[in-house]
Design a protein around this ligand. Structure first.
Ligand SMILES: Nc1nc2c(c(=O)[nH]1)N[C@H]1C(S)=C(S)[C@@H](COP(=O)(O)OP(=O)(O)OC[C@H]3O[C@@H](n4cnc5c(N)ncnc54)[C@H](O)[C@@H]3O)O[C@H]1N2
Ligand code: MOO
Ligand SMILES: [Mg+2]
Length: 435
């Protein structure tokens, strides 16, 4: 008698998995290697930026008081007493009707309290200029600390290091950057039908695409994938592999063998390991068979063998655990809304995660499903930049309807609470599907 599994809601599955989320440690990498990593400590401004009052223009630094009566009919003459480019400092003090020729980025000389742009002065002699307008105190000065003040937390621990964060790291002198250590995520592919990537096709066999897809997904999410090989559907072999691999990784992903088929051995393997199965059926498509178990606090992700199901399982459940390991506060996929660009007539007994492509039509986001919506297809994955979330218990969606989409290529992510709330408020109908 085949086991009847009880599906649980996506949000319930995520809550159960997140109970086992752990934070990893911190390590140092050079600033050149920091892009794409996650901050291992808060990034705090260790000094004001700018560190000194500076000129935002090429011009002349003067005293505003000397320009009070300046006008087109009353040009005021200034003596040019010095010249500084960025990086140089004028050693004297700017006195009455004196000007220092100053370039963008140079420190405002003592005595001066404003800058007039080169274009607005007339050179009236070898070392003299004329000014025909009033310049206000503080005009054209970038003041100390106006960019950021010493002590400000500019990015918190766990923040994704984008190019802007790299600029801040350099600004504050981080030659070595504290980053969150990447979780080591083991991958084992199961299936007697699997060929290595470089093997020629044979009847009944397919190349193992899931391994490489998951490796890429893990890298995109910021983890370190470690591939332990592909194994035939043999209970002993697969059990030994899973057991041994677990010792060397922070989490383990297997693909295939989680359903109810004769050669689906993962359920038996969890039992032999003495692992606690958190769930083995989720009310979602694809990926309903996604099974997650825990052994001594370590998560085992039993992802489906079907490529699209495997992909979705990885994004929805592996990514949040991975990102939490990196101390990231926004570990789940960011959600937004888009207008369905074409009919999607298929009924949705379970929540459906359709591979889609989002574009902006000038006023709104439009989303189109990509390729065939079947869990065993691989081609739709390449063109997808979102997953459309179609609530379970509904009977199809038409063009023009507003739908939720989860962004696949976004690196910012979203907080768990809002993500869960998004699912809880889905307008689901009654599902008559039981398997
Ligand atoms: N009687 C039932 N049959 C199935 C059910 C069910 O509930 N009752 N669930 C179906 C669903 S839904 C899915 S999804 C799949 C899940 O299958 P498994 O996770 O057990 O995976 P396998 O049986 O090993 O393989 C399924 C499919 O995927 C291909 N595959 C496997 N590994 C790879 C890989 N590394 N790269 C590419 N493709 C791979 C494999 O050849 C199979 O075609 O079960 C349904 N059946
Ligand atoms: O788990 Mo299967 O992918 O639902 O389609
Ligand atoms: Mg199977």
């Amino acid at each position: 008698m085949v086991e009847k599994r009880k599906p649980i809601k996506v949000e319930e599955a995520l809550k159960r998995v997140l109970q086992y989320a752990k934070n990893g440690s911190t390590e140092y990498v050079s600033i050149e290697e920091s892009y794409g990593r996650f901050l291992g400590e808060d990034l705090v401004a260790t000094h004001d930026v700018p560190f000194f009052d500076r000129s935002p223009y090429d011009g002349y630094a003067i005293r505003s008081v000397d320009t009070v009566s300046a006008s087109r009919n009353n040009p005021i003459e200034f003596k040019v007493v010095g010249e500084i480019g960025a990086g140089s400092v004028f050693e004297g003090v700017v006195g009455e009707n004196e000007a220092v020729r100053i370039m963008t980025g140079a420190q405002i000389p003592e005595g001066a309290d404003c800058v007039i742009m080169l274009e607005l002065v007339t050179e009236s002699g070898e070392q003299t200029i004329q000014i025909k307008r009033q310049v206000k105190q503080g005009e054209n000065i970038s003041f100390i600390g106006e960019d950021t003040k010493k002590g400000t937390v500019l990015a918190s621990k766990g923040t994704y290091i984008n190019p802007g964060v790299v600029a801040l790291l350099a600004t504050f002198g981080y030659k070595q950057v504290p980053v969150s250590a990447k979780p080591k995520i083991g991958i084992i592919a199961t299936g007697s039908e699997l060929l290595e990537v470089d093997q020629p096709l044979e009847p009944g066999k397919i190349r193992n695409s899931n391994t490489y897809m998951i490796m890429a997904q893990i890298e995109r999410a910021g983890g370190e994938p470690i591939y332990f090989g592909q194994f035939k559907d043999d209970l002993r072999t697969c059990y030994e592999q899973v057991k041994n691999t677990l010792e060397h990784v922070d989490f383990l992903i297997t693909t295939g063998g989680v359903s109810v088929g004769d050669y689906d051995y993962l359920p038996a393997i969890y039992e032999m390991l003495g692992a606690e199965v958190l769930f083995n059926k989720i009310a979602m498509r694809p990926g309903s068979v996604t099974t997650i178990a825990v052994k001594d606090g370590k998560l085992l992700f039993g992802l489906s063998g079907n490529p699209s199901a495997c992909y979705v399982g990885c994004e929805l459940f592996v990514k949040p655990i991975l990102r939490t390991f990196l101390h990231n506060q926004n570990p789940v996929l960011k959600r937004t809304q888009a207008i369905l660009g074409q009919d999607f007539p298929k009924a949705n007994p379970f929540d459906r995660f359709v591979r889609g492509y989002v574009t902006f039509d000038g006023s709104q986001l439009l989303v189109h499903p990509v390729g065939l919506d079947k869990s065993n297809v691989v081609s739709s994955l390449a063109g997808a930049n979102v997953l459309l979330v179609l609530p379970g218990g509904t009977r199809g969606f038409s063009k023009g309807m507003k739908v939720d989409v989860l962004l696949l290529e976004d690196q910012e992510g979203a907080p768990v609470d809002t993500f869960l709330a998004g699912f809880e408020k889905l307008n689901r109908g009654d599902s008559d599907e039981v398997i």
